[in-house]
Design a protein. Structure first.
Length: 240
């Protein structure tokens, strides 16, 4: 089984972190391919960058030269999952939704700890669209930029742990979701500090994708995610 794990930004170091996290839980025989868009922002932290990333992710996936069994979109709260589902016959799993689905199975309510405050509404909208908002106690901002997660790891851990503790104590969250693909690998630190289960969207998405492929299930193509109608698309795909 081959899973494409697609970073939404152009920072290759973050792609490596995300892919390593995915491999840490992948079953024997599952190959993880980390992909980085060829254009877009170095970190996605707002609507403009998110919509740009959606096109970039679709582009890098449809131009991937080999076969694959599923795609994981590794951006928390980002746009574009629906476009991939129209374009592809294989399952597509978004890490935001994967985290919310699993958290809902192991606790009454969950909270998300993310990066900058401006990304909170995007995550709230994605959870609402997925039907997961009613189980979400809060979406909290650590105040960190995406790139600070890599550049200032000690500061990042402290800020994320602090917000997670507040989510448990003040918002009555029973599960914490790490709200950024770049937070992969921080689940142990948050779990030890809070005493509650912690869900990393990347690893959650890998296990859900493996399950869908193993069960022979993929996106329904009957209506909402039917293949795009055949028409002339000027300049698409963008990559050679």
């Amino acid at each position: 089984m081959r899973l494409l794990v697609v970073n939404v930004n152009t920072t290759t170091a973050m792609t490596a972190v995300i892919a390593a996290s995915a491999r840490s839980v992948a079953a024997a025989g599952t190959e993880i391919i980390g992909l980085t868009p060829t254009f877009g922002a170095e970190s996605v932290e707002g609507n403009f960058e998110s919509y740009l990333a959606a096109v970039a992710v679709m582009n890098v996936v449809v131009t991937y030269p080999g076969p694959f069994d599923a795609v994981i979109q590794a951006g928390f709260g980002e746009h574009g999952r629906e476009g991939l589902q129209e374009l592809l016959e294989v399952p597509v799993v978004d890490i935001t939704e994967a985290a919310g689905y699993l958290a809902s199975l192991i606790g009454h309510r969950y909270s998300v700890v993310t990066t900058l405050d401006r990304t909170v509404p995007l995550i709230e909208d994605r959870l609402t669209l997925a039907g997961l908002a009613t189980r979400c106690a809060s979406v909290r901002s650590s105040g960190l930029s995406v790139l600070q997660l890599e550049q200032e790891p000690d500061t990042a851990v402290k800020a994320i742990v602090h917000e997670a503790e507040l989510a448990v104590r003040e918002d009555h969250a029973e599960v914490i979701c790490l709200g950024c693909g770049g937070m992969a690998g921080l689940d142990d630190a948050v779990r030890k500090a809070t005493g509650v289960p912690v869900v990393d969207g990347v690893t959650a998405a890998v296990k859900l994708a493996e399950s869908l492929v193993g069960l022979g299930l993929s996106t329904s193509k009957v209506r909402t995610y039917a293949a795009p109608r055949q028409k002339r698309l000027t300049g698409w795909p963008l990559s050679p």
